[in-house]
Design a protein around this ligand. Structure first.
Ligand code: NAD
Ligand code: ZN
Ligand code: ZN
Length: 471
């Protein structure tokens, strides 16, 4: 219990640090301990990570901070603090490790996971971090050890950075890669390190993101997929993240014929999870949100979809009407920052917990006995009042995770090519990357009918008129 309290203190520090101070380190006064109470190295003893902008290698041989081109700049979307996004001129990244590629970005998107950063809810952001983990473009340069991609190739990147060769990658758990995240903070909090992520908090490495004109992709052979010229960017961009994540949710839930599926969250992930569930032949698919415009949009795009507005109806009662006894599969596509009850909102605000239990408790409450909960909505820390009793007594299964994108993207690309999947159904806005600050606000505030924003760089715009000119 004491160890959990200490870890909680660490998380609080990280959450506070992600606010206006922009600090990233979880510092418990030099006496770091993991959840089991074992001592860990102090901050000053740590190696790896983006510390003070220095280039530091992890033992596995991946460098977090890219070498910079002294002669060329680029535009990049940067995090300056909660609700403060700016577009700045930054030096272009260069090949830093032998397995790297530098990609000239054409299209990039804002993900619901970026909203956790935008709001300052996720720990470990630093002022000036370049955002973006859903992106694609043209390979500009490659390192000497890269074999599968060449300059000029059109590619989509996975949001998770996986080496392809470690024990976790060997199991297909690419989002848990053992070597790409040097964060000791995460090791303290979780007892292990998961994969590095592009453009995300420093507990997931602190790599520069893809909401920029250029981005360095470590382990390019593994973390880039070729995409055919005849498929437009918008059709394939979400292989990078939300299309793969939506499919992953249905894999976790083993969705198929004979199954009923309820999905919490009619954001881009939830809508594409509904699409995936229908494609997999689910008997009934029900989408739950309080944003009527999102439910209406989804119902128009996906005939046969049932919807529940939790602002107008009690979710359990409404579900009982269509699936008596509860759905076989409940998918969580909401995430830790959306509190439903005032009690959890107050606990999060006063840092008594980092994450709300509201949504998962509702899934547990509604799921049929013996059913499965698939959680792809992001959670980062600790929660109070989790309904462990109902979870255990109803014999439920809970599966969760950041998506191992590389496990699914070849199959999904084939399905997109064949017209079985259409990820573009969620796109409501296509804007120049310079409009990122307004786009973040609109996506978060759910104004102007916004569901999914794609940002286009000047490279994409010049593609319409001819090949991009050199540097
Ligand atoms: N696991 C992964 O690898 C992965 C990848 C991408 C996104 N995500 C996560 O998936 C989640 C959804 O992403 P998104 O892009 O769709 O974001 P989003 O924020 O647009 O969508 C969340 C939706 O949930 C709705 N919601 C809020 N409270 C709710 C409640 N009580 N019941 C039902 N719905 C509720 C919101 O109104 C919103 O429409 C986020 O948590 C994101 O971080 C995870
Ligand atoms: Zn994402
Ligand atoms: Zn690995």
């Amino acid at each position: 219990m004491e160890a959990v309290t200490r870890a909680m203190e660490g998380l609080k520090t990280a959450v506070i640090g992600s606010g206006s101070e922009g600090k990233t380190q979880v510092d418990t006064g030099g006496n770091l301990q993991d959840l089991m109470g074992h001592p860990l190295e102090s901050n000053t003893q740590r190696s790896g990570g983006n510390l003070g902008g220095k280039v530091i290698r992890t033992s596995g041989g991946v460098t977090v901070t890219s070498n910079k081109d002294p002669d060329h700049t680029m535009r990049a979307v940067c995090w300056e603090g909660p609700r403060k996004i700016v577009v700045e001129e930054r030096p272009r990244p260069m090949i830093t490790d032998p397995h790297d590629a530098v990609v000239r970005v054409t299209s990039t998107a804002i993900c619901g996971s970026d909203l956790h950063l935008y709001l300052g809810s996720a720990p470990g952001m630093q002022k000036g971090d370049i955002l973006g983990h859903e992106f694609m473009g043209i390979v500009e340069t490659v390192g000497p050890e890269v074999r599968n991609v060449r300059p000029g190739d059109r590619v989509v990147a996975s949001f998770d950075i996986a080496c392809g060769g470690c024990r976790s990658c060997g199991h297909g758990a690419f989002s848990s890669c053992d070597i790409t995240n040097p964060s000791k903070d995460q090791e303290m909090l979780y007892g292990a390190r998961t994969a590095g992520l592009f453009g995300y908090a420093h507990v997931t490495g602190g790599y520069e993101g893809g909401q920029a004109d250029y981005v360095r992709v470590p382990f390019a052979d593994h973390d880039l997929i070729h995409v055919p010229e005849d498929l437009p960017d918008n059709k394939v961009l979400f292989l990078s993240d939300i299309m793969s994540t939506a499919w992953f949710a249905t894999e976790l839930g083993e969705v198929g014929p004979g199954k009923t599926v309820a999905i919490w969250g009619a954001g881009p992930v939830g809508i594409l999870a509904a699409h995936s569930s229908q494609v997999r032949g689910a008997d009934k698919v029900i989408l739950i949100d309080n944003q009527q415009y999102r439910l209406d949009h989804a119902a128009t795009k996906l005939p046969g979809l049932l919807t529940i507005n939790f602002g107008k109806e009690k979710v359990k009662e409404a579900l009982e009407q269509v699936v008596p006894g509860g759905p076989d599969v409940c998918i969580e596509a909401v995430g830790f920052h959306y509190c439903k009850s005032t009690a959890h909102a107050a606990m999060v605000k006063t840092l008594m917990e980092t994450d709300t239990a509201d949504i998962l408790n509702e899934l547990i409450y509604c799921c049929r006995k013996g059913g499965t909960i698939a959680c792809v909505g992001v959670y980062v820390g600790l929660t109070n009042g989790f309904n462990i009793g109902a979870f255990m007594e109803k014999g439920l299964t809970l599966k969760a995770g950041q998506t191992p994108v590389q496990k699914f993207w070849h199959k999904l690309l084939d399905m997109i090519k064949g017209g079985k999947l259409d990820p573009t159904i969620v796109i409501t806005h296509e804007l120049p990357v310079e409009d990122a600050p307004q786009a973040y606000k609109m996506f978060n505030d759910k104004t102007d009918g916004c569901i999914k924003v794609v940002l286009k760089t000047s490279m994409a715009r010049s593609q319409a008129t001819g090949p991009p000119s050199g540097p």
